[in-house]
Write a protein that binds this ligand. Structure first.
Ligand code: AGP
Length: 605
């Protein structure tokens, strides 16, 4: 999960190094432990590197020679090797002849490193990337294509690499295996952009190519040539792509996360409006699949992190309305698990980024077993949307904050609506949910109206070192998501528990230092949860409840308008949990949008 970038100027007035820095700014969601940029100047490698975020590079680059027309760059999420200047990319080979940036993991790098060291090759970093640079350099005898094909034949694992060699100061080479790499030729200037994510290209229109596994790209001037893994030139077709200035403004909010929390009401309205058909909901993307959907006997949902939680929350609703068994799987577990072959399985793959390696690997591992694969994804042209049979866009626009909020609620709502689409296709009628669903924006507004109250409790609770999140029924996976939010941005330990499970062990943790956040729904389940909370109060645990009324278990209560909701309480409650975590992390003065150690798109297994 690093961001790699390359740029070659054709006829624009742009400066190569600065253009790469602009690109890195848009790739920082992929990791921001350190950053670097390199070019070839007067026959040698010119490079600037910094530990920390891309901004720190800007002042370093200012002194660079201006006539550079090609450069490569990288923003890192550390996998092999500490966060240090030596481990920052671009990595330079032992002959100081080439600079290389890499995303992915070279699984046999130690074995290759030992072999190279035995031949006298020296190393100056702990990275697998330097092994790749040195291997290519070791094989290089003037024919770069041959050096690349030989090197790639020696390495196992996933990579997207971009490199420059001092013999060809205005040429960039690139290759990919299991990691995304997009190449865009600007239709106005002819400039060429190479990036882990095409949305990081400068605002313009492009002819674009997404590198396939083991292909090699050579870009010099405006010419793009693609070779296969035997260095044979391939005929390719380019696809049009338009980049508008993405949502990088905070619109007055202090953090992207808070801005994106507040976008959810409008987003839910847009999704409901787009999917509503007569008095129910419908997906035109599945127009031609009615016969296939009628054969579905199993539904498997595959995802990671918050996307996985969305699947867990929606599971019960999907089963109840379609009468089809639903299983929800973590991508990282699914790929290596032993599966029973179940005929006629519909796979719903959920991913905000569409680049999560665990999720993609899980899909790849069983794709031929699925009757149909549907991608619920927020990034068009991502790897997932190209691999799945159908793509349902989340419509959440760019989610900048690493901590997912609006994409998560968009996933959850789309899962509910997909369940209705499927149930309708199977002859059931789900009109009974329409009124409740259409009331969601008002309920979300009611949660927003409690923001100050939530913020005040969050401030008070920020002194606690450890948190339980408890709920019953579908509120338990809501607690899983709320606990993840807190962990991600406040760095505090938080555990989600089914409320009834506490007394089977975890209650041993209860004392005055432990804070419990409880999501209360309605009726008997709420009453049962309240009696579980009494067990906490009896042991001096502090308790904050969201929802539920007329209980004496704690005076720390936040309620909001949910009278119109029965089935879909999970969405407003999840938003309340997001707001709580946001303000608690803010009170602790955390780096909320780009938390330490995290990345927005985890493109390594
Ligand atoms: C959510 O706040 C996290 N950033 C993380 O758990 C994320 O949901 C997970 O990495 C999956 O990402 P994806 O949706 O892009 O596949």
């Amino acid at each position: 999960m690093c961001g790699i970038y390359g740029y070659i100027k054709a006829s624009s007035e742009k400066k190569a190094l600065e253009t790469c820095l602009d690109g890195l700014q848009k790739l920082q969601y992929r990791g921001y432990d350190s950053a670097g940029v390199a070019a070839i100047h007067n026959g040698s490698i010119l490079s600037f590197k910094t530990v920390g975020k891309v901004d720190l590079l800007t002042s370093l680059v200012k002194e660079s020679p201006k006539e550079l027309s090609a450069a490569i760059a990288h923003t890192r999420w550390a996998t092999h090797g500490r966060v240090s200047s030596a481990n920052t990319h671009p990595q330079i080979d032992y002959k100081e002849s080439l600079a290389l940036v890499h995303n992915g993991i070279i699984e046999n790098y130690l074995e290759v490193k030992k072999r190279l060291e035995s031949k006298g090759v020296t190393f100056s970093s702990e990275t697998d990337t330097e092994v790749c640079a040195n291997l290519i350099s070791y094989y290089y005898d003037g024919d770069m294509l041959s050096a690349l094909t030989r090197a790639f034949a020696d390495i196992n694992g996933s990579f997207a690499i971009v490199l420059m060699h001092k013999d060809f100061p205005e040429t960039i080479y690139a290759s990919a295996r299991g990691c995304p790499l997009a190449i865009g030729i600007c239709e106005i200037s002819g400039d060429v952009y190479i990036s882990s994510d095409s949305s990081s290209f400068s605002e313009s229109s492009y002819s674009t190519y997404f590198l396939q596994d083991n292909e090699i790209a050579k870009v010099d001037g405006k010419t793009l040539t693609i070779y296969d893994d035997q260095a044979k030139e391939k005929k390719i077709s380019l696809s049009p792509l338009t980049i508008t200035e993405n949502e990088t403004l905070k619109d007055g909010y202090e953090h992207f996360m808070l801005k994106e929390i507040h976008e959810q009401k409008g987003l839910i309205e847009r999704i409901l409006h787009k999917r509503k058909k007569q008095n129910s909901f419908y997906y035109r993307e599945l127009e031609d699949d009615k016969d296939l959907l009628n054969q579905v006997q199993h539904i498997e949902i595959i995802a990671c992190g918050s996307s996985y939680h969305a699947g867990l929350i929606a599971k019960e609703f999907l089963e109840q309305e379609t009468r089809i068994p639903v299983s929800v799987h973590l991508g990282s577990q699914y790929r290596y698990a032993k599966h029973l072959d179940k005929a006629n399985t519909l796979a719903i793959i959920i991913s905000q980024s569409g680049e999560t390696a665990d999720t993609l690997a899980a899909l790849e591992s069983r794709k031929e077993h699925f009757l149909l694969t549907i991608a619920l994804c927020n990034v068009e042209n991502s790897t997932l949307t190209r691999k799945a049979d159908r793509f349902i866009p989340l419509m959440a626009k760019k989610e900048v904050s690493v901590c997912s909020t609006k994409a998560f609620t968009a996933q959850l709502l789309n899962l509910y609506l997909l369940g209705i689409h499927l149930a309708n296709a199977l002859g059931a009628s789900c009109e009974k949910f329409t009124k409740e669903l259409l009331s969601l924006p008002l309920c979300i507004e009611s949660v927003y109206s409690k923001e100050k109250e939530i913020a005040s409790f969050a401030k008070e609770y920020s002194s606690f070192p450890y948190f339980f999140f408890v709920g019953r029924g579908q509120m338990y996976p809501v607690c899983l998501e709320a606990a993840l939010k807190l962990k991600e941005i406040s760095y505090l330990p938080a555990e989600a528990l089914p409320a009834g499970e506490m007394k089977h062990g975890p209650i041993a943790l209860i004392d005055e230092k432990l804070a419990t956040i409880a999501f209360l729904t309605k009726g008997e389940i709420a009453a049962k949860t309240i009696s579980n909370l009494s067990e906490i109060r009896a042991r001096n645990g502090r308790i904050l409840t969201f929802g539920g009324n007329n209980h004496e278990v704690t005076k720390d209560q936040i309620t909001f308008e949910t009278d119109s909701l029965e089935t879909f309480l999970t969405i407003p409650y999840s938003i309340a949990g997001q707001i709580f975590s946001y303000y608690l992390a803010k009170e602790l003065d955390r780096e909320i949008d780009f938390p330490r150690n995290l990345a927005k798109s985890v493109t390594v297994e």
